[in-house]
Design a protein around this ligand. Structure first.
Ligand code: NI
Length: 253
């Protein structure tokens, strides 16, 4: 089995043993990992890690929690970083009204600026959207990504997923689908064609059952694959194969 963890924060300081983490992932069948960035420093670190470790690819981008970092200079820096061959998307970008209510307008502007950057560079985007689905959809309708793109850790409704699918989006799911209270996520996975589903961990956060409370890492994507297999009435091998094909198509890896 060969799986891809399409969203991992390997530059987090909790991963002071990143070589072993990546090796353990590979032993568990997770052969490729996309390291997600959330500010300029983590973008630079993700690029460095992708150069150092074969299995690692990277995103560069500014998360909506970090709007203070935004400037013309930042756009130039992201553009320079993205010239590296293992940069596969601009991410994670989007809107977060859960952590930041005070910066909504700034978040929207930076989201649009980064969609424009991705379109200029012909890269997909990886979107984070928390308690902001209405505005997320409105922005994406008016600023369509050129490339098939990804809603990561999708937590919206079945209806919103349909709208986003029509806008060219696929969806990645992580540990949340294994939680006993994850009714909406399970409904969404049921409703989506397998061609639109990818696997992620969002590690070190959102550790799946049976390891909740411990540090999450890419090898645990296998528990997400297992849960999706149960929901979709497929074998875990089929889920691994399909979601890996999807990652290949979307990110060109
Ligand atoms: Ni993330």
């Amino acid at each position: 089995m060969k799986m891809v963890d399409v969203h991992a924060h390997l530059t987090d300081q909790k991963f002071d043993d990143v070589e072993q983490v990546v090796a353990r992932a590979e032993e568990s069948g997770v052969g490729k990992i996309i390291c997600s960035a959330y500010n300029l420093l983590s973008s630079q670190q993700a690029v460095d890690l992708s150069k150092r470790l074969n299995q690692v690819y990277a995103n560069v981008g500014i998360h909506p929690e970090n709007v203070e970092e935004w400037s013309e200079e930042t756009i130039k820096n992201l553009e320079n970083l993205s010239k590296n061959s293992k940069i596969v998307a601009i991410g994670e970008i989007g809107l977060d009204y859960y952590w930041r209510q005070d910066t909504k307008e700034k978040q929207k502007q930076i989201f649009v600026d980064q969609i424009n950057l991705a379109n200029k560079l012909n890269l997909p985007i990886v979107v984070h959207s928390r308690e902001a689905m209405g505005d997320t959809i409105e922005i994406l309708k008016n600023n369509r990504p050129n490339k098939e793109s990804l809603l990561h850790c999708y937590s919206g409704s079945v209806e919103s997923a349909k709208i986003l699918m029509d806008l060219g989006f696929s969806f990645s799911f992580g540990g949340v689908v294994t939680f006993s209270n994850a009714k909406t996520a399970v409904e969404v996975v049921k409703s989506l064609p397998i061609e639109k589903i990818l696997l992620e961990t969002d590690c070190p956060y959102l550790t799946p059952v049976p390891f909740r409370g411990k540090r999450n890492e890419p090898k645990n994507v296998v528990y997400v694959a297992d849960m999706i297999a149960r929901i979709k009435n497929m074998t875990i091998e089929e889920v691994a194969e399909k979601t890996t094909e999807n990652a290949k198509r979307l990110f060109g890896i």
